[in-house]
Ligand binder design. Structure first.
Ligand code: 13P
Length: 228
């Protein structure tokens, strides 16, 4: 059974909506990843799905306005944390910061979903350019404990243009050759294309954005993931 990670991003807009969506998606091969303010309320109602967070800081405590520590997440019952999503890299997170976050979060016992993926300009240059780009993003990794890598080509996120499943499987295999951890695919996945990714042995699950906000669509994807 493969797993679907529901990255809700900055949605939905209220706690009642978040709790309702979490209830609908609370299945054992799903991981629910809501915005920070909804972690507590969502955790309270989940019976099967583990909880994830979308970001974390690398320090344990102190004068870091707006940041949240790995221990704070652990205390809320969070098991997974996304680090290095392209939407955060775009806001200024670089590999050095991402490396610190990964080591602090994994050391605290959180399972990190480290996101990597090339922009459109690199993709257009071909497989070799993509490979070099991904290698560079993974260069800092030393330890595979508590680590999952998500391959999310930036041009495929929220665009309706998913990667070719063969390309995603090839990059997943490359990632595994660098560090042998489970690899997810993310980028415009839905119930129509989920099977084409999930049937690849190199791909252990999907990091789902937009489709995870539609409970019916997400449940259709869950049913597909149960078959693999
Ligand atoms: P979409 O599924 O909306 O393309 O988002 C993918 C993503 O960024 C998951 O982290």
């Amino acid at each position: 059974m493969k797993t679907l990670f529901a990255n809700w991003k900055m949605n939905p807009q209220s706690e009642p909506e978040a709790v309702k969506l979490a209830r609908a998606e609370d299945l054992k091969n799903a991981v629910i990843i809501p915005p920070f303010p909804f972690l507590g309320p969502v955790k309270k109602i989940l019976k099967q799905a583990p909880l994830g967070a979308q970001n974390v800081f690398y320090e344990e405590k102190g004068a870091y306005t707006g940041e949240v520590s790995p221990a704070m997440l652990k205390k809320l019952g969070v098991r997974y944390v996304i680090i290095g999503h392209s939407e955060r890299r775009r806001l200024g997170e670089d590999d050095a910061m991402i490396a610190k976050k990964v080591s602090a979060a994994t050391a605290a016992g959180l399972i990190v979903i480290l996101c990597v993926g090339e922009p459109a300009g690199i993709y257009k240059k071909g497989n070799r350019a993509t490979e070099l780009f991904i290698r560079k993003q993974l260069r800092f990794l030393k330890n595979k404990k508590n680590l999952i890598v998500a391959y999310e080509p930036i041009w495929a996120i929220g665009t309706g243009k998913n990667a070719h499943p063969e390309d995603a499987a090839r990059v997943a295999q490359l990632i595994k050759s660098i560090i042998s951890v489970p690899v997810l695919y993310g980028g415009s996945t839905n119930s129509k294309n989920a099977k084409s990714f999930l049937e690849k042995k190199e791909i252990s699950g999907l990091l789902v954005g937009g489709a995870s906000l539609d409970a019916k669509e997400f449940l259709r994807m869950i049913k597909i993931a149960e078959r693999f």
